[in-house]
Design a protein around this ligand. Structure first.
Ligand code: C2E
Ligand code: MG
Ligand code: MG
Length: 551
């Protein structure tokens, strides 16, 4: 262990040498002849001096002036100072303590007393520093999470009847901000955010920093409403220009169940804040049991999904697409189904978004694509009149692997023509306009695959963008069509979209056609193909093969 360093400030050379000798076995010693010299030394060795032994009467700068100066400096003020007083003068002792000395020793020196006092003061200071480190977050000065848990526990125990809320705040896009403007700017946001947070929730609230950019606080239920608005208002307050472009999300857990641990209570506030993450117009989420159920269900699904795939619980269904010209079946879409031994039939609407979130979707899609390719191969061998089958491609598929190689590999493996495999990519993936998606699509088309833009009209893409995108087929979103159908013909933009798509050489497919009326109207508008319950629901492969045979 490196030796601790002690600064002796004393004008009398004899005394200095004597002290230095007493200490030099256990410590490294620095010497100064007066207060000014001592300040200079401190300036150089700020973090490295563990204690100061200070004489009072000195030329140039006396001991009290020196004490006054170092007590004004945030860092220096923490160094313990032992003042050496003349004899047992009570007046001297009191003055020394009043100027902020930690302790005093009378002259003449008694080496053992000095050594013991020094050792215990250094120890004390280290313990205090450790406690502080454990209690306070270095950057923001708020409590650390461990100390926060302890304080919250104490507060709840002391006030069993009172109602409390745990509030979690999270900066939206903080990581992006940090990357773009640098760590220092990010730190400033956090420091300022912490200050506002504490200010708005009030002095009584117990606040801490949880991880990078999240704060937690326990507050009185009555103050909750004020707390809820704290950050949202904080954005408009004058002193937070930095925060102006930062959106803040709040997660709220109203403590109803005191039997769960404080950690669990905080988890609930932390979970629920994710619910409004990325939402443009919603900043606050309140935890409720329904949300808990949803999370538990999601966890349960995540636990079993891989086994389910191995055990063959996922099944590919096919939904035919028909030509609106001559009612011929012109294709099909592969839609996955999950039949769980206990939970029964599960809708893709429940598990696909989760698999997109938890990263499982590429595994499942790989299985669906293989199944479809194997079927196409089988039909080819059996001499069925084959129609193209579309498979859904998720955003994550595009980012995960080299997609073109994957699909090229599949058609090679199963010896099928790429024109029979259509790839449906949802509109919102396109509108992100990332180069990777656009490049992948161009590559796939070059390799002979057909690209369909799925769910067109559900997002924000414009007609203008259509001309810039590489694709073959436009699939109109079901909700969009239904919505357009409620408008008078002249007000609907369906006509414009279909004409525009045709001008761009795109085939148009209408999805989710449920009634004859819808079918007739789309037919009149020149829509090419349709898919929906009016024609056929998604069906098992065997059933679908029945349709192929009668073609
Ligand atoms: P999608 O690709 O837009 O598929 C069309 C959805 O509309 C299917 O829902 C289909 O069953 C449903 N549908 C078809 N006709 C009608 C109709 O006339 N009325 C109504 N109300 N619905 C109709 P499904 O099978 O529940 O799938 C939902 C979504 O899950 C799909 O939307 C797709 O985005 C995704 N999905 C399904 N299977 C897969 C898959 O294997 N991989 C990936 N990545 N996503 C899939
Ligand atoms: Mg689709
Ligand atoms: Mg769709």
């Amino acid at each position: 262990m490196t030796q601790k360093q002690i600064l002796i400030v004393e004008d009398n050379e004899l005394n200095r040498t004597m002290l230095s000798e007493i200490l030099s076995d256990d410590y490294k010693v620095l010497e100064a002849e007066n207060g000014q010299e001592a300040l200079d030394i401190l300036e150089q060795n700020k973090d490295d001096i563990h204690l100061i032994l200070l004489d009072v009467m000195m030329p140039v700068m006396d001991g009290y002036t020196f004490l006054d100066k170092i007590k004004k400096d945030e860092e220096l003020a923490l160094i313990p100072v032992i003042v050496m007083t003349q004899g047992d003068s009570e007046a001297d002792e009191v003055t020394a303590l009043a100027h902020g000395a930690t302790d005093f020793v009378p002259k003449p020196y008694r080496p053992q007393v000095i050594l013991h006092r020094i050792a215990s003061l250094i120890k004390l200071r280290e313990t205090a520093a450790m406690v502080n480190q454990y209690r306070y977050d270095r950057l923001t000065g708020l409590y650390t999470i461990e100390f926060f848990y302890q304080k919250v526990r104490e507060c709840l125990e002391a006030n069993p009847e009172k109602e409390y809320t745990i509030l979690c705040s999270n900066f939206e896009n903080f990581k992006w901000y940090n990357d773009t403007f640098g760590r220092e700017a990010g730190d400033r946001i956090l420091v300022e955010g912490a200050e506002i947070f504490q200010n708005r929730v009030g002095e009584d609230a117990i606040c801490c920093r949880y991880g990078a950019d999240r704060f937690l606080c326990l507050l009185d239920k009555e103050r909750e409403r004020i707390g809820r608005e704290c950050f949202i208002k904080g954005r408009q307050s004058k002193r937070s220009e930095l925060l102006e472009n930062m959106s803040v999300k709040l997660g709220i857990y109203e403590i109803k169940d005191r039997t769960i641990s404080v950690e669990q209570m905080c988890d609930r506030a932390l979970w629920v804040v994710d619910r409004v993450k990325g939402m443009y117009n919603q900043n606050i989420a309140v935890y409720d049991d329904a949300y808990r159920e949803k999370l538990l269900r999601e966890n349960a699904i995540t636990d079993v999904m891989a086994t389910a795939l191995e055990e063959g619980q996922f099944i590919v269904y096919l939904q035919p697409k028909y030509s609106l010209n001559d009612n011929r079946m012109v294709g099909a879409e592969a839609l996955v189904r999950w039949i769980h031994p206990e939970w029964g039939f599960m809708s893709p609407g429940e598990f696909i978004p989760l698999f997109e979130k938890n990263g499982f979707i590429p595994c499942l899609d790989q299985f669906v694509w293989e199944t479809v390719c194997a079927k196409l191969r089988e039909w080819k061998e059996k001499g069925y009149p084959i129609v193209p089958v579309s498979v859904n491609v998720s955003r994550a598929d595009i980012f995960q692997s080299h997609l073109t190689d994957v699909f090229r590999g599949l058609i090679r493996k199963y010896g099928i023509d790429p024109q029979y495999l259509h790839l449906e990519i949802t509109e919102s993936a396109y509108t992100e306009q990332t180069d990777q998606i656009l490049n992948t699509v161009v590559e796939l088309r070059k390799s002979g695959f057909f690209i369909e833009m799925d769910d067109f009209g559900s997002g924000y893409s414009s007609l203008n963008m259509l001309s810039q995108m590489s694709l073959d087929i436009l699939k109109l979103d079901m909700k969009f069509i239904q919505n357009e159908m409620t408008k008078p013909v002249e007000k609907s933009i369906l006509n414009d979209i279909i004409s525009m798509a045709h001008r761009l050489d795109l085939t148009v497919v209408a999805e989710g056609i449920e009634t004859e009326e819808q079918m007739k109207r789309l037919q009149a508008l020149g829509c090419d193909y349709a898919q929906g319950y009016f024609f056929a629901k998604p069906m098992s492969v065997t059933e679908f093969e029945g349709l192929l045979e009668v073609q």
